[in-house]
Ligand binder design. Structure first.
Ligand code: CA
Length: 317
């Protein structure tokens, strides 16, 4: 049982300060660093030539101009896969604010400048950039990389987790005390990463909804006592969808479901996603209300946010 005042949750800059600048650009990472984020997030996917790039999706079409640059390079489903392009081809693309399939902005009101100054970069480039930010900025910051769709990558002929861990090792990230959380939606892959690939880094099991089909993982089973106990033998914490941690009463009041406390009982840290002021979870009326609830009612240990500045205490006078 925890006592005393709540501890400030660690703030994970979700795709960088992506509420202000296009997601996963180095500019969005630099801004999040300047805002004081504790961790900078990377999503990692593999290219045709087995390079690792920082992209949220295995597709390029919602955040770059790939469809106009290489119009005939989509698959039968109409999507443009990073795995079908060499790194040097991806480097030609301009990155922009996330769009829907019809080209409209997912988050209207966010940055709408011309996109030509934004690029997709490699995971190695981002790790070098973050090292430079820290040496210039004089403040340490952690990294919070996610291995995207490892089973899909394996079916495409690449063991993305092995490449990913090799790269982290090259940058000196290999022990449990290093400022790194490795996250993945795939529970079997996390077991492989810990037991077969021998990774000592802190690991986070992301928990979505089974309907999202992010992985073959049964997320509902992970929330049972057996599920949490099993997780605690592999990972250091969980990254659940925030909606799984509360319920809305008929009178509109919001109740804690006790899910965070159950995870804490098994020693698991809880870092829910995603805190957005322009896309609040159902039942919340402001970012401040959400933050207050997460900190004081749920006692989360960390949180993913597109707006790191709003989740951090204001700087003193
Ligand atoms: Ca992610």
């Amino acid at each position: 049982m925890r006592t005393g005042p709540p501890i400030r949750p660690v703030v994970i800059a979700h795709r960088g300060a992506s509420g202000y600048l296009p997601e996963h650009t180095l500019q969005a990472k630099a801004l999040a660093y300047k805002m004081g984020a504790d961790y900078l997030e990377q999503d990692v996917v593999a290219t045709l030539d087995d390079e690792l790039v920082v992209l949220h999706d295995i597709h390029l079409d919602r955040v770059t101009d790939v469809a106009s640059f290489y119009p005939r390079r989509c698959r039968d489903d109409g999507r443009f896969y990073a795995r079908d392009f060499a790194l040097e081809e991806i480097r030609q693309l301009s990155a922009h604010e996330r769009t829907n399939a019809d080209g409209s902005l997912v988050y209207p009101g966010r940055y709408e400048g011309e996109g030509e100054q934004f690029r997709v970069h490699t995971f190695a480039e981002e790790l070098s950039f973050i090292a430079r930010l820290q040496s210039d900025g004089g403040r340490p910051v952690g990294i919070y990389p996610e291995i995207k769709s490892p089973a899909w990558h394996l079916s495409e002929g690449v063991d993305i987790s092995a490449l990913f861990l090799d790269l982290l090792r090259e940058f000196g990230f290999e022990s449990h005390s290093d400022p790194v959380y490795v996250q993945c939606f795939d529970d079997q892959e996390l077991i492989r990463i810990r037991n077969t690939l021998g990774c000592s880094l802190k690991l986070i099991q992301l928990i979505g909804e089974n309907s999202w089909r992010e992985a073959k993982t049964d997320y509902e089973a992970l929330w049972t006592e057996d599920g949490l106990q099993r997780l605690s033998s592999t990972v250091d914490g969980i990254g659940p969808w925030i909606n799984q941690l509360y319920r809305i009463r008929p009178d509109g009041e919001i109740d804690n479901t006790g899910a965070v406390a159950r995870a804490h009982k098994y020693g698991l840290a809880v870092h829910p996603f995603t805190f957005r002021k322009d896309d609040l979870p159902q039942g919340f009326e402001s970012f401040e209300q959400l933050l207050q609830f997460a900190t004081h009612e749920l006692s989360v240990d960390g949180l993913f946010t597109d707006f790191p500045d709003l989740a951090l205490p204001s700087p003193g006078p």
